[in-house]
Design a protein around this ligand. Structure first.
Ligand SMILES: [Ca+2]
Length: 203
């Protein structure tokens, strides 16, 4: 199923492609072999991360990211985005599409960690359920923090599988920030990315 928001994101991707000098930060796992930025958990591969195509579920384009919990009894994490060089008051707007094949099989939640001190910044609750679902959240950078890691925690059992697609991470504030997501690393100006401007993108 393609939602209205999916369509809007497709438009945003199109805008980004046509404005290479000031790309909007998005990741649909379409353009390179990157999966995640880093893994955090026990063992060599606490999450098995793969870039996949049909018959795996794909929400947009030809590829999505498949994550398989591979750390029995633990809660492994995969880093999806690093946003750095931010100042207090900046909002970090995050959206992602998440798919589970059955309601209990893809237990996960998205969290922020403030940089440079790696403090838990909270995040959206796991919506549960099956099929494609949209998750959206905003963090506010507070004093003393200069950035954020955005990660997904696999909170269920070994073997649980979740698919992700159409990730967007857009700081809204002033100045510039450094963004690292799969297939993208850049210093990006955000002087024009006011919160109202970011919201306009999603209307
Ligand atoms: Ca995709």
């Amino acid at each position: 199923m393609i939602s209205t928001r999916t369509l809007l994101l497709s438009i945003i991707v199109g805008i980004a492609a046509s404005a290479a000098a000031n790309p909007l930060p998005d990741c649909g796992w379409e353009y390179c072999d990157d999966t995640v930025l880093a893994l955090d958990g026990p063992g060599i591969e606490p999450i098995i991360a793969s870039r996949v195509t049909a018959p795996d579920p794909v929400n947009n384009g030809d590829y999505s990211l498949r994550l398989v919990h591979n750390a029995p009894g633990e809660t492994p994490r995969a880093h999806l985005a690093y946003v750095e060089d931010l100042t207090a008051g900046t909002l970090v707007v995050f959206e992602i599409a998440r798919y589970a094949s059955d309601p209990g099989g893809g237990s996960c939640r998205f969290r922020g960690r403030y940089l440079p001190d790696n403090i838990d910044a909270g995040g959206p609750e796991d919506p549960g359920g099956s099929g494609w679902q949209w998750i959206a959240y905003q963090w506010t950078i507070t004093g003393g923090h200069t950035g954020m890691i955005i990660e997904v925690e696999m909170t269920g059992e070994a073997g649980d599988t979740v698919w992700l697609d159409d990730m967007v991470a857009i700081p809204a504030g002033a100045g510039t920030y450094t963004l690292t997501i799969p297939c993208f690393y850049s210093v990006v100006p955000v002087a024009t990315s006011t919160l109202s401007g970011v919201k306009d993108l999603f209307r």
